[in-house]
Design a protein around this ligand. Structure first.
Ligand code: AR6
Length: 173
């Protein structure tokens, strides 16, 4: 099933697709990492499996990565993807612990880093909405607002793995 929705922003396109982020043909893939940058479950596990063991080795050299920060490594076996940006989302604790701001920072800092790396396209997963428990609708609104505030990459893709996330992102867009 190949669904998509898109809107134009001043400098480029933001689109939402349903699928596996490791299959996206983009310059940069963002992973929803943990502070160790060694890999884990969910989308981070899928990206580490696809990129190969050198991704964890490169991550270890840059760890720890605190919530809201973003760092870049090569994408290794994910080529022609050029870089993986590792960002650590907030763990949902009810919304009163600065979770919204930390999640915004993940998107904003990832986009600025991608810009520094010369990327023309980037794909994001729905950061924090899996194991870290952030509500899908609220996370989708934050993701769309954050990427709209940083129109620094020509093609920004928000990748939903499941229908609930796809619907939430589409509504927000
Ligand atoms: N492509 C796109 N999205 C995916 C994929 C995929 N292949 N697989 C899962 N998702 P999660 P978090 C979606 O749990 O909540 C890891 O252990 C998933 O359905 O991957 O930020 C890290 O190392 C959900 O919508 O990330 C951390 O320890 C979204 O990706 C921790 O999990 C995010 O879910 C981070 O938790």
């Amino acid at each position: 099933r190949n669904e998509s929705a898109a809107t134009l922003v001043s400098m480029g396109t933001i689109d939402v697709v349903r699928g596996d982020i490791t299959r996206q043909e983009v310059d940069i893939i963002v992973t929803a990492a943990n502070e160790s940058l060694l890999g884990g479950g969910g989308v981070d596990g899928a990206i580490h499996r696809a990129a190969g063991p050198r991704l964890a080795e490169a991550g270890a050299e840059l760890a720890p990565c605190l919530p809201g920060q973003a760092v870049a490594t090569p994408a290794f076996d994910l080529a022609p993807v050029k870089h993986v940006i590792h960002t650590v989302g907030p763990v949902w604790e009810g919304g009163g612990q600065g979770e919204d701001e930390v999640l915004t920072s993940c998107y904003v800092r990832s986009l600025r880093l991608a810009r520094e790396l010369g990327a023309r396209s980037i794909a994001f997963p729905a950061i924090s909405t899996g194991i870290y428990g952030f509500p899908a609708d609220r996370a989708a609104r934050i993701a769309v607002a954050a990427v709209r505030s940083q129109p620094v990459i020509e093609q920004i893709r928000l990748v939903a793995f499941d229908q609930e996330t796809f619907d939430a992102l589409t509504r927000s867009l």
